[in-house]
Write a new protein. Structure first.
Length: 255
């Protein structure tokens, strides 16, 4: 009996089946917000948000991560419409309409009250513990466009807020006394020597409005949404094995 040799079609199929499968690629969008996320002079995405997500997606999940920077308002639109896969921020009811979140936060932000150096009411600001305290004292706040926490927590409660076009602009506006206070985590304020002149003109008070948990939010339209359980497990492992603490430690001394 004559044995048939495999046909060309069979051999071609076997060849393509033997090729390695390309890793999934996911798009992370962020606004420049040192030292959380920013671009280095050579164009590389850097910051502790970027480093944590790079470890999570590339090393733990074995996928490809593409990082791109845009204005913060546009980042949220891109995750909403599915043109981007993931962002790092605070879950809000509006954001949860179009995204799914990791169950555990990767970072907890403190809302410290800052004012311009020499403000005559700085001592009064030390006692701020709530939005009602800001309203009581008649203070004006500087924030930035796209900051949902500020919009929901402050503006919607009647606090006068001036929005800068960027995070950098927020600090600059406070330093030239455009408003009374801004509210930010000291870890984010003390971010780089390049802003030293601005930092010299603002100062922290003892006032604090509380804390917020930061999560990774994945677009419901992204293929990554189906892997949220994998993300959760990998993030839990990173918290348990000290990886996230190590990354945060690399940025804690940045000024």
């Amino acid at each position: 009996m004559k044995v048939r040799k495999p046909g060309l079609l069979v051999l071609t199929c076997l060849y393509f089946l033997s090729l390695p499968v390309a890793a999934e690629s996911y798009r992370f969008v962020y606004a420049s917000y040192p030292p959380a996320n920013y671009k280095t002079p050579d164009g590389k995405a850097s910051g502790f948000f970027c480093d944590i997500l790079r470890e999570l997606i590339e090393k733990r999940l074995g996928s490809v991560l593409v990082m791109e920077t845009y204005p913060w308002a546009r980042c949220q639109v891109m995750v909403r419409d599915g043109s981007a896969d993931i962002m790092a921020t605070i879950p809000t009811p509006e954001r949860m309409e179009y995204s799914v979140q990791t169950s555990r936060p990767f970072w907890v932000k403190e809302y410290l009250v800052w004012t311009w150096a020499g403000h005559p009411r700085a001592k009064e600001m030390d006692s701020i513990r709530s939005v009602n305290d800001i309203l009581r004292d008649g203070l004006t706040v500087i924030s930035y466009i796209g900051n949902d926490w500020s919009r929901i927590t402050l503006e919607d409660m009647g606090v006068p807020v001036i929005n800068a076009v960027s995070v950098e602009g927020m600090y600059q506006m406070l330093s030239v006394k455009r408003a009374d206070i801004l509210i930010e985590d000291p870890f984010l304020v003390y971010d780089s020597v390049s802003r030293k002149e601005v930092l010299d003109r603002i100062e922290a008070t003892e006032g604090i409005l509380g804390r917020s948990s930061f999560h990774f939010l994945v677009s419901k339209k992204s293929p990554l949404a189906s892997r949220i359980a994998e993300l959760d497990q990998a993030l839990s492992d990173m918290l348990a094995d000290g990886t996230i603490d190590r990354i945060l430690g690399e940025y804690s001394g940045v000024r």
